[in-house]
Design a protein. Structure first.
Length: 73
């Protein structure tokens, strides 16, 4: 999971850095955009993964439970 997250962040950052260079920004700006967008995408995807897993656990936790005693007979 973690390796996949880093690879996605690297690819997204690299693509945005390349686009910045194609648009005429300096190499320093391209490197800044590469690292900034890559880092932001890794943090955003990790946050979404945590939120979505918490939502699933909360849905299971909020399910009604029957605590009535079982009739013996």
């Amino acid at each position: 999971m973690f390796l996949r997250l880093l690879l996605i962040g690297s690819v997204v950052g690299a693509l945005s850095g390349i686009v910045a260079l194609i648009l005429g920004y300096s190499i320093w700006m391209g490197l800044l955009i590469y690292s900034g967008v890559g880092t932001f995408s890794v943090v955003a995807i990790a946050a979404l993964a945590v939120v979505s897993s918490d939502a699933g656990q909360q849905a299971e936790a909020s399910a009604p439970r029957d605590f009535s005693p079982v009739p013996r007979g």
